[in-house]
Design a protein around this ligand. Structure first.
Ligand code: SF4
Ligand code: SF4
Length: 68
């Protein structure tokens, strides 16, 4: 099963990956802050991930790793 992981310290909470994902796997963690003060993105529906890696292409900070 494909997995997506996000380095939350690299994430700046821009939300591009959240909107790019065709399966709505990702969301910004409104209750969480990283050390730079951003709400990081995280996989909230990992089981729906199809491993397309579109999220990783959109991330300007190379914070996303997709494993197929
Ligand atoms: S790999 Fe594709 S389906 Fe999985 S989280 Fe990224 S954009 Fe969504
Ligand atoms: S695109 Fe990258 S920096 Fe932007 S919210 Fe997603 S993981 Fe964070």
């Amino acid at each position: 099963m494909p997995t997506v992981s996000i380095d939350k310290e690299k994430c700046k909470g821009c939300g591009l990956c959240v909107h790019a994902c065709p399966k709505k796997v990702l969301a910004l963690m409104e209750q969480e802050l990283n050390s730079k003060g951003y709400h990081p993105a995280a996989p909230v529906r990992q089981e729906d991930c199809i491993g397309c890696a579109v999220c990783g292409l959109f991330c300007p900070d190379v914070a996303i790793t997709v494993t197929r």
